[in-house]
Design a protein around this ligand. Sequence first.
Ligand SMILES: [Zn+2]
Length: 241
Amino acid sequence: MSRYFCHDHPDVLALETRVLDARPGAVVLEQSPFHPGGGGQLADRGRLAWHGGETRVVGSETADGRVWHRLADAVEPSGVVRVGVDADFRAAQSELHTGAHVLNALVYRTFDGALITGAQLNDDLTARIDFDLPGVDTDRLRGLDAELNDVIRQDLPVRYAWMPLEAARAEPGLLRSRSVAPPPAADGSVRIVEIVGLDRQACGGTHLASTGQSRPLRILKIDNKGRHNRRVRIGLVGTRQ
Ligand SMILES: [Zn+2]
């Protein structure tokens, strides 16, 4: 879990910066407001303008510890550029991601510490989250829908802290994924996301400032994916306030 500019400045969506490296259709920036994606969250999209041109930023990939921003055109900008994150896209990912935390907090609490085996946020206001839930009653899982929306109505604040990975490992429930722990930042720390009064877990993604900023959320579908795995599809309902 690298420490990104957007972790410290979640509200700064546009800035002027310099191109450090470029190849046709991709750049490395000195400073970037774009979240590069990861942990199921999609990479931010947006725009990049330079002296004499402009293109769309369509995604990111990380190589050798550097984030390459993928561009819509095979251009190689250089020098000073102006970049901006698509605010609606970021907001929708943050909203879905917050909902995914609420669901996984409720699953963790209701089903004796059940862990996540995978997650993917989509760009159509839906997400899927896979849980290690052998033999679970699907109706009981579906019944979490009401609690999910209760938590949204309670408008619980979302807070962040950084702590050493070893300390996070020692505290049950902070590392919620069945697979590997998130790689720590350069200083050995991991980012802890707290939904106050509900949940704390390590996560590098973007989230709402409080649960009440979310639209209502519905559990759309529950599938069995193997003997252990339950795949829960969730979707945001209606227009954001
Ligand atoms: Zn998260």
